[in-house]
Design a protein around this ligand. Structure first.
Ligand SMILES: Nc1nc2c(ncn2[C@@H]2O[C@H](COP(=O)(O)OP(=O)(O)OP(=O)(O)O)[C@@H](O)[C@H]2O)c(=O)[nH]1
Ligand SMILES: [Mg+2]
Length: 363
């Protein structure tokens, strides 16, 4: 049997990792071996830490996206499993990437030597920005160039998943669905919640279909695409926090993300996704901010008090990376000081993503 390759696309903070985690549990529950590939422009990925902490077999392409380092994707796939490829490979591309059919799916079919059974390509739609972007509101939070990427992601999808239906009103879901159907006809629209599992039976059935999928190659203006990506400040950092007395890890992460949110609001810098993971003694907590309007949440509680923790911060924000670095350093220090703990930044990279130059582009 050829390994099934499922790539889960969608914008930053759409719910790709949450969806992959739920799908992985489903396939493992069926007795299948599952491998996951995460991806980012640099090292220190919250997603890798989070998925590994959940016990999954995770390979990571860190330092460039799947499209620009196709060979890293395939070699990472080959290192999954123990000497034998898993039955199911779940891959999460970088949320600011598009043109993935031409640069990843087609090359996997036509260039890569290892036969894979490629599932239909689904794109997870993030309502917090999606509704505003598809309504063409000027206050979408991002510039037209970043919105271009958001729209291109939908255009190349075999099907679209409206995620987070658990927190939307029925009329919002209906509006979003009709906007997608009128602007991007021919793409089935699923309604799901990666949080509650609603809609996952239909998602799994859709992923089992085979036929004319993964073929929506499209015209892409790489100048707009590159400019849209470069408008996002990117920051990944690893920090060690320590104390002589136990501190509440979840409260620390929430305080940190609330402080960062307040700073972004005051400088009108829109969050695409800010995520923080804290790891200590076998347990972990994750806090996220997926848009300035939505506000922060503790998406996974550790319920731990600890003397020390490793904290990884990943921020993708429509702002200058130098400013992003400054505010992250300042708010880390402030959040630590207020509870009397020490914090040491072990690594920090902040930058604007470079122009995408795909390894292959098959039209
Ligand atoms: N309420 C609700 N929250 C969700 C749902 N899916 C994801 N989230 C939350 O949304 C945030 C982002 O989810 P992720 O799965 O990390 O999103 P992502 O697309 O992997 O993000 P990037 O990797 O940064 O692009 C987290 O706080 C999740 O807990 C959902 O269906 N409902
Ligand atoms: Mg993710």
């Amino acid at each position: 049997m050829k390994p099934v390759y499922i790539m889960v696309g969608g914008f930053l903070g759409a719910g790709k990792t949450s969806t992959i985690s739920r799908l992985a549990r489903h396939y493992m529950g069926q007795g299948k071996k599952v491998g996951i590939v995460t991806n980012d422009q640099t090292t220190d990925l919250v997603d890798t830490q989070s998925l590994r902490s959940q016990g999954f077999d995770v390979g990571e392409v860190a330092g460039s996206c799947f499209c620009c380092n196709f060979n890293a994707l395939t070699s990472t796939v080959e290192h999954l499993g123990e000497g034998q490829l898993p039955d199911v490979i779940l891959a999460e591309p970088v949320g600011s990437c598009t043109d993935l059919v031409a640069t990843v799916i087609r090359p996997l079919t036509e260039v890569y030597g290892v036969p894979l059974d490629i599932a239909p390509y689904g794109v997870i739609l993030k309502p917090s920005h999606g509704l505003r972007i598809l309504r063409s509101e000027s206050t979408s939070g991002f510039s037209p160039k970043a919105n271009y990427i958001f729209r291109k992601q939908i255009e190349e999808a075999d099907f679209v998943v409206i995620n987070r239906v658990d927190e939307m009103t029925p009329s919002e879901v209906t509006e979003l669905q009709s906007l997608i159907e009128s602007e991007y006809p021919g793409r089935p629209v699923l309604r799901c919640s990666a949080k509650t599992g609603d809609g996952f039976t239909a998602l799994i059935e859709t992923l089992e279909q085979r036929g004319q999928f993964g073929r929506r190659v499209m015209e892409v203006d790489y100048d707009i695409y590159a400019a849209g990506e470069a408008e996002l400040g990117w920051l990944n950092s690893q920090v060690v926090v320590e104390s002589t007395q136990d501190f509440d890890l979840d409260a620390f992460l929430m305080d940190l993300i609330q402080r960062l949110h307040a700073r972004l609001l005051s400088s009108s810098a829109e969050a695409a996704h800010l995520k923080v993971i804290g790891l200590c003694d076998g347990s972990f907590a994750v806090a996220n901010l997926v848009s300035n309007a939505t506000g922060p949440e503790l998406s996974l509680a550790s319920n731990s008090s600890t003397l020390s923790a490793n904290v990884v911060v990943n921020a993708r924000v429509a702002t200058d990376p130098a400013e992003l670095e400054l505010l992250v350093r300042e708010e880390l220090a402030a959040a630590a000081a207020v509870i009397g703990i020490s914090q040491k930044v072990i690594s920090l990279q902040s930058f604007r993503p470079g122009r995408p130059v795909p390894t292959h582009r098959i039209m």
